[in-house]
Design a protein around this ligand. Structure first.
Ligand code: WT7
Length: 643
């Protein structure tokens, strides 16, 4: 494969950027012409941010899996598409070539068809990180079914909510999953999620851990049995045929947290998303044919969708899929994987770097790491200390580090340096990708034109115009998409992040400005955690804020009012933590719980989170103006009772 749209120098970056802004249609038509279309588009772009309505390559017909698989077969058929590293390093590696992946995806596509799945149907995927997860995702895409992958750490209740929201009729899962020293009983969690669900018709179960599971007659079928029915020797009519999709047909739904209500289903398109993940993969990481790419994310998150599967596979790359965790059996695991497969591009989260840093340099002894050429980070702001540790001890000061800012809603990278092409600046995401027009606005939506005391422009980060990977809607509720992203400021997409800009036009993302937390690179809405805490029988009211956490970036701090603390405080604390874990999942467990008798509210009943945040951060001296509080005395209690 060659990538005529790969940017090769700083001047080429500036040139590409200029063209992408001056004439986006010509620019993206040029990029898109390198892909396999069943029919060419009628129009490259039409859009308005009012409804919003964005269409890229309208009228164009394609199937993303033909671009990820079929078109590589001739030249790359025997090259590894996916190399799977099991949780347990003693277990056998699985190498899935492009040819094998193509075959498995076609087979599983046929299994889905045999089980009644049709184009447009929603299929929920709740699996561990095994190659079959990739077959399931791509199998859905092959037949035009809309996949909705749910991270294996979410609870039965979270799955139930997502199933209902997506009106999903099909589930693909595993009996269980291995993660570090833990076994997660996925099928049994699905069984709990399905209590009371009337829509789900079929559950396909892949055997991974062999823990006993209960199979419901007529509803639950084994993956292995179904695959046997579509053996290589017995092709059924239309076997593995790719559904022809419109560029704007939905490819998948992925749920993500916001500042209000339950998680929303972000919908991505088939054509624009494909172009965006491929373009950003090839340019930011400067992927060269033959390189091995290792993105450590789980496919349950957007990073895994875009940079384990669709981006690398559409580029014909070899993508590592790792089932385990960075600290098991020991804190040298990532480095072992890098050496074992001679990884060239390594992409992980700052929280993982900070966590591995805390083990010191011992786990690096005897690791070679000389195959590495490019390093990347994603998910949260990276502190300078972690950036330098990564650069020095992992990259040996010999690998560009790309700090990639983006979101579930953006589909792919938005603001990032391009490895070795544009300059890096520690803790700065730096420059926008071609096609991305960031702007900083004040609370009224006016562009910030004056620098602050430190010499930076500072404001709320918005984007002025659509890029191919932009969110198209929130599933089943377009109005929610409008109010969440397009209604805060006229004619702008609002990211929810705050940022700084320097004189070079470099951006530094400072973090969320809304009620969304970023815990270990995972997005969690404070309202969601509050709702879960409030489910506990003794809880009257709660308020959740973030606080700085050395490893996680942000930790979860909950102020809780309980009625008549029976028994011990510690016990109630544990109960509340358990409740959150059951309602949302372990990732949303509060790190600190402070029992209080009141919350700081204004006369209109609004909680002043600013005060709660300051107290949680330990900044009790300067709480700002508290005169509008209904009961200013409550502040002293909060301060004195600080954990
Ligand atoms: C939020 C999006 C997109 C991949 C994983 C997270 C934060 C993401 C960076 C970065 C500073 C970052 C933002 C953003 N974020 N990357 N390089 N520097 N902050 O996806 O769950 O949709 O979360 O993650 O706050 O809004 P997500």
């Amino acid at each position: 494969m060659s990538y005529p749209y790969q940017i090769g120098s700083l001047s080429e970056y500036h040139e590409a950027y200029r063209k992408s802004i001056e004439d986006p249609e010509a620019f993206w038509a040029g990029v898109a012409s390198n892909f396999h279309w069943r029919k060419k588009w009628d129009r490259v772009l039409s859009w308005n941010f009012k409804e919003p309505n964005v269409e890229w390559f309208a009228g164009g017909k394609l199937n993303i899996t033909e671009n990820c698989l079929d078109r590589h077969l001739e030249k790359l058929g025997d090259k590894p598409a996916i190399i799977w590293e099991p949780n347990n390093p003693e277990e056998r590696t699985r190498v899935v070539t492009y040819e094998r992946l193509h075959k498995r995806v076609c087979q599983f596509a046929q299994v889905l068809r045999n089980n009644g799945v049709k184009k447009g149907d929603r299929v929920c995927i709740y699996m561990g990180m095994v190659p079959e997860l990739a077959y399931a995702v791509l199998g859905c895409a092959r037949i035009g079914a809309v996949h909705s992958v749910i991270f294996g750490g979410f609870s039965a209740q979270s799955i139930a909510d997502r199933l209902e929201d997506a009106k999903a009729e099909f589930i693909v899962t595993c009996d269980g999953a291995y993660r570090g020293g833990k076994d997660i009983p996925l099928k049994s969690i699905i069984d709990d999620a399905l209590i009371g669900n009337k829509l789900v018709k079929k559950v396909i179960v892949y055997t991974r851990t062999r823990i006993p599971v209960s199979m419901i007659k007529g509803r639950d079928v084994w993956w292995e049995d179904e695959m046997l029915k579509v053996t290589d020797t017995l092709p059924v009519e239309g076997f593995g045929e790719a559904e022809v999709m419109d560029a704007e047909d939905p490819l998948f739904i992925l749920y993500t947290s916001g500042s209000t209500g339950k998680p929303k289903g972000v919908v991505h398109s088939s054509g624009g998303y494909m172009i965006w993940t491929n373009y950003t993969f090839v340019n930011a990481f400067q992927y060269k044919p033959g390189q091995v790419h290792f993105c450590t994310a789980d496919i349950g998150w957007i990073t895994g969708h875009s940079y384990i599967l669709y981006g690398p596979l559409s580029a014909g790359a070899t993508s590592i899929m790792f089932e385990g965790i960075p600290t098991w059996p020991d804190a040298g695991r990532f480095w072992d994987v890098i050496d074992k497969y001679k990884v060239n591009i390594f992409y992980t989260a700052p929280t993982a770097i900070r966590s591995l840093m805390s083990f010191g340099l011992d786990p690096l002894k005897g690791k070679d790491l000389s195959s590495l050429q490019v390093l990347g980070t994603v998910g949260e702001p990276i502190n300078e200390e972690a950036w330098h540790w990564y650069d020095e001890h992992i990259g040996k000061k010999n690998c560009p580090v790309v700090d990639t800012w983006w979101q579930t809603e953006t589909g792919g990278l938005m603001i990032t340096n391009l490895a070795g092409i544009t300059p890096a600046k520690p803790s700065w995401a730096t420059l926008p990708m071609p096609g991305v027009q960031p702007v900083l606005v004040d609370d009224k939506g006016e562009e910030v034109t004056e620098k602050d005391a430190d010499g930076f422009y500072k404001g709320n980060l918005c984007i002025k115009a659509p890029w191919p990977g932009i969110i198209r809607t929130t599933y089943g509720d377009h109005e929610r998409c409008r109010t969440n992203y397009f209604a805060t400021y006229d004619n702008l997409y609002f990211t929810g992040d705050g940022a700084l800009k320097d004189d070079n036009g470099f951006f530094r993302i400072t973090g969320r400005v809304d009620d969304v937390l970023n815990v270990s690179g995972h997005r969690i809405g404070t309202a969601e955690v509050e709702n879960a805490i409030n489910m506990h029988a003794s809880v009257i009211e709660s308020a959740v804020v973030g606080f700085p956490h050395d490893i996680k970036g942000q930790g979860i701090y909950a102020y809780v009012i309980v009625s008549g603390l029976r028994g011990d405080e510690a016990g109630t604390r544990q109960d509340i933590i358990q409740t959150v874990s059951r309602i949302i999942g372990p990732i949303a467990k509060p790190d600190k719980i402070q029992f209080v008798t009141g919350l700081p509210k204004t006369r209109s009943g609004k909680i002043m989170r600013r005060i709660l945040r300051k107290i949680a951060e330990g900044e009790t001296a300067n709480l700002g103006d508290t005169s509008t509080l209904l009961d200013p005395a409550v502040v002293d209690e909060l301060k004195n009772g600080k954990l």
